[in-house]
Design a protein around this ligand. Sequence first.
Ligand code: UDP
Length: 482
Amino acid sequence: MGSRNREFHVFLFPYMAHGHIVPILDMAKLFAAQGVRTTIVTTPLNASTFSKATQSSEINSGNVKVEIKTIKFPSVEAGLPDGCEYLNSLPSPELSTNFLKATSLLQEPLEQLLLDENPSFLLADICFPWATDAAAKFDIPRLVFHGTSFFASAASYNMSKYEPFKNSSSDLEPFVIPNFPGEITMTRAQVPAFDKENIENDLTRLLKRAKESEQTSYGIVVNSFYELEPVYADYYRNVLGRKAWHIGPVSLCNRSNEEKALRGKASSINEHDCLKWLDSKEPNSVVYVCFGSMAKFNASQLKEIAMGLQASGQDFIWVVRRGQDDDMEKEDWLPEGFEHRMAGKGLIIRGWAPQLLILDHRAVGGFVTHCGWNSTLEGIAAGLPMVTWPVSAEQFYNEKLVTQVLKIGVGVGAQKWVSVVGDFVKKKAVDKAVRRIMVGEEAKQMRSRAWELAEQAKRAIEKGGSSHSDLNALIQELKSRG
Ligand code: UDP
């Protein structure tokens, strides 16, 4: 293997969840735009998400071509319903172990594909720790995509290494993350379960292997830009010793409205109607409220959000997702007459929103976010102050970056890391936080700092910018490997 004459060819292999699919799709376009032959490996149902978007980008730029190769997703073999091919289509959380099993069964078909196609390198999601060994069998370097910031990766590493929460007298007593730049404070209740608990199960074993695979892989590709978090990028590389390339914000590769609208799932609202609604609003007058693809709030929390938004007096777009589609139809989560009262002032999107299109509209002036890294970075790239409302995963770390380091957001007051449903937040807190990012001197200052970061983000991905240069450095290094 490792023939010197083979065509330089990148394989990208995303995890089957939208927070992973969306940035990998953007990354694929970035590699392809550098003239690199680029293939996304995915499963048949997920392929349709990619193919719509990649066909569109071909049309838009003429020379950007992304190929797609599929491998069968072993739903039935792993005890999942047929057609259950991405994480948020699981009928119940208990099936997540089966989902993990299904993804581990992908090793064999991936290896067959690597043997057949012999790509120059494999950029595989961190949730496939076994991909390093699979690639090594064919002398193919494996890079990791971990999906978050330098800040969160390094904070998570130090948290589980030094376990500062063990010395706290209560769940809510603040402590400083040890040996970490910037005196960053958080509480035991906010520390992710995977950094805090020593429970042995399939998930924790996978996460442990995933962290190890960061160190045994060829290197890590980070969706961030140097100017956003220079201290933490340096810390990650120089102190933690990780070999990493920053190539983001990858979402900025989507320039046309069509491309922006085609990321992820099909929108639950007609994009033109959505844009028309926004066009009718003053600049910076609308707050956009969305909690990503995984969080699912219960009816009482949704009601509280509705009342908080109404009390804030701000115009809003609010994206609502609930457990199952039929739960949405019940409408028990809306205060009576809410939509009627909010007609013209608030737009509710039930399901999937064209987020990038909305964030980039000049009428949008603030973002209430769960701090998933993609959403956080998309908010930064759009120059928006944020209300941070972390739920689970590594979202509390991202919140600290936004509020304590960048100072472009205010916390809504979520105190506890709670998988999927999140900590309960009252309407008063929603109202207050939304006003703080939308009106007054504090909002103005946060917006101006966010705007400066957005400008730096745009420069980073242009020719000669830090992310553009790092992407090219990565390609050159791998090409020179032969
Ligand atoms: N997203 C979207 N419309 C939605 C919800 C999410 O386009 O209604 C996109 C969003 O722009 C982001 C991704 O889905 O790129 C969600 O990733 P993130 O890391 O923010 O959160 P996760 O879904 O992984 O919790």
